[in-house]
Design a protein around this ligand. Structure first.
Ligand code: HEC
Length: 294
């Protein structure tokens, strides 16, 4: 007769599983003090005791049917503490008679194969894995839990909200405060490619809008190149509405103007101009004589 797992082992296992499941669905430890969790835990403990009591009844019935020697061995075994019993069980080797009973016939090749029972810890892990898999897969398809798309959407929404909030409170650069920074060139390039490239061409070589890589400028309201670009993107051109007031119209933020101005400064001052021979637009306006300060 097999020895049953005592309640003091079953209860922590059941509570442990309950905590894992609750945590999976709520993702915080707040549930620990909720009535719902405490109620479920209490009911589970009661169920464990009921299962134990039923087990005792069945065991008593079975015990009555044992022979006297079997009864004696069973009682002796029961005296061994549970963990020691588990330990012994794990390392127990079969007697020869037991081996004979589980020997699989290998007459043709002479190999000795025993039809051993799977270890309990292995079976336990296996059943736990199956139960966990069912729980996980069903919650994946039926709930929002562990759903990458849903989680992505939610995080995206939160991020956007956080960015908007930050943008609303932070002071945007203005023409007075904006400064050139080499670090903004890359981001400025992205702003340029989204908003400006359609008119000012690849790399600012010009098209519908003037070539931004040469030293000839139609509009020169500011003294330094960087501020001049900032001014133009913020206010647009008074002569030609095709170049709209990107900043004033709210299409780009102060940060983006600061970035794109750094990019235009970079292609104008830190790179060779794209000449008409290289596919650039012909110079327009008058030659500029920018002050050195950025
Ligand atoms: C719809 C076409 C168009 C778009 C898009 C456009 N521009 Fe322009 N841009 C022009 C035109 C046309 C001019 C010339 C205005 C004038 O004649 O005064 C101009 C002028 C400029 C000037 C001044 C050049 C000079 O010689 O005076 C700068 C700087 C400039 N644009 C930067 C930008 C930036 C940066 C963007 C993107 C945020 C942008 N533009 C988007 C058409 C455009």
């Amino acid at each position: 007769m097999k020895r049953r797992t005592p309640a003091y082992i079953n209860i922590p296992i059941v509570l442990g599983l309950l905590i894992i499941v609750f945590y999976m669905f709520t993702q915080t430890s707040d549930f620990l003090s909720t009535k719902f969790f405490l109620g479920t835990a209490l009911i589970s403990i009661v169920v464990v005791f009921i299962q134990g009591a039923i087990g005792d009844l069945i065991e008593n019935e079975k015990f009555k049917k044992l022979t006297d020697t079997e009864k004696a061995t069973y009682l002796a075994e029961k005296k061994v503490p549970y963990f020691q019993y588990l330990w012994n069980g794990a390392f127990k080797s079969q007697s020869e008679k037991e081996e004979k009973d589980i020997l699989i016939d290998h007459g043709f090749d002479g190999i000795m194969e025993l039809d051993n029972q799977l270890p309990k810890w292995w079976l336990g892990l296996f059943y736990f894995g199956v139960a966990y898999c069912i729980l996980y897969v069903s919650s994946y398809f039926l709930t929002d839990f562990a759903h990458p798309y849903k989680e992505y959407e939610q995080e995206y929404r939160e991020q956007t909200a956080a960015i908007n909030e930050y943008m609303a409170t932070v002071t945007q650069p203005t023409i007075e405060t904006a400064v050139f920074s080499e670090d903004n060139v890359e981001a400025g390039k992205a702003v340029f490619e989204t908003n400006c490239v359609s008119c000012h061409g690849e790399g600012g070589k010009g098209g519908i809008g003037p070539n931004l890589t040469d030293n000839f400028w139609i509009n020169q309201p500011e003294k330094t190149l960087f501020k001049n670009v900032f001014y133009m993107v913020e206010n647009g051109s008074t002569n030609n509405p095709t170049m709209q007031a990107w900043g004033k119209n709210g299409v780009v933020s102060g940060f983006e103007i600061q970035q794109v101005s750094a990019y235009v400064y970079h292609i104008n001052q830190e790179q060779a101009p794209i000449t008409p021979a290289q596919g650039g637009a012909a110079p327009q306006g008058t030659e500029a004589n920018w002050e050195k300060a950025k």
